[in-house]
Design a protein around this ligand. Sequence first.
Ligand SMILES: Nc1ncnc2c1ncn2[C@@H]1O[C@H](COP(=O)(O)OP(=O)(O)OP(=O)(O)O)[C@@H](O)[C@H]1O
Ligand SMILES: [Mg+2]
Length: 359
Amino acid sequence: MITTTGLTKVYQARGREVTALDGVDLHVREGEVYGVIGQSGAGKSSLIRCINLLERPTSGTVTVAGQDLTALAGRGRRAGKELREARSRIGMVFQHFNLLASRTVQGNIELPLEILGVSGRDRTRKALGLLDLVGLADKAKAYPGQLSGGQKQRVGIARALAGDPKVLLSDEATSALDPETTRSILQLLRDLNQQLGLTVLLITHEMDVVKTICDSAALMQKGRIAESGTVAELLATPGSQLAHELFPVGGTASGPDRTVVDVTFHGEAATQPVISQLARTYNIDISILGAAMDTVGGKQIGRMRIELPGRFEENVVPIGFLREQGLQAEIVDTAVAAAVPVQTPAAPTQTPLTKEVAK
Ligand SMILES: Nc1ncnc2c1ncn2[C@@H]1O[C@H](COP(=O)(O)OP(=O)(O)OP(=O)(O)O)[C@@H](O)[C@H]1O
Ligand SMILES: [Mg+2]
């Protein structure tokens, strides 16, 4: 539904160039909720603004629902009209709601429809239907100033849906809200995703948001996508930073001759019997260092960090056993590093200083 290839964005700011996007390849499937997470300045907003062409990409392509928006943006006036139409089918939700204070709630939702030239009666019908959908049927005549943050965001979402978009882009839609309101807005986005088959791309810096509603996620760092995939794929990827942040199971090896393994399981796969089976079959004592169980994108996923006696070479067979049971078993361990001394090269190791070169 959304594809970017080699997307770059370089801003010119006071004679300096800032590379906000540095070759982003993103693939969001139809009907999924996709989360992009990353630290401040990673390029998240730039990405979303380039996807709906609020910001013109420096290079690369953006395709939404099979339409190459970057190609449209590069052509003449007729293409400009096509681009406006294409953009009206991409809903956008903002952190600070961006509502017009002088208009009623209904008036705010009707605004994009007015711009699209929809007749008065149709606008009203559409706006009232959308207000009902977001649970604010009784607020049509209220002004934004009379609403709570959560209610304002519901209006923002209703307005974003006015053009019957197939795609909803959300830039930190819940960052200005308290945890409970955040949950209710996330639930609303999930409901809309399911009821309307809406594809949702959301930007956040909160791991909880990803955990609550995302089917897939990407980690952005310095204008690049460092990791991406479905949550299940990420959890199955050894060394995935996102997986560890989603499921911080904690715990470190209790000694050098120990192997620490993260076991990930999905759905009903019960680990308990498997772990005790493992202990019995190989006659080993297993310690549980930590465990977490949660619902990610509507599916139950659990992680457990266990410690096995012996170095990892001695545990190849037990780990193979876990994998044969359909569990993902990843060696995390600190003991390997401690047990296998790192070879120090004979030559003096002087790390060259890397200078920040202004691009
Ligand atoms: N209009 C602009 N002009 C110049 N530089 C910009 C502009 N917009 C963003 N940048 C720079 O681009 C980089 C990425 O910014 P961006 O807003 O995309 O990050 P972000 O991940 O959304 O951060 P945050 O979590 O703080 O919202 C930053 O270094 C920022 O200073
Ligand atoms: Mg931002």
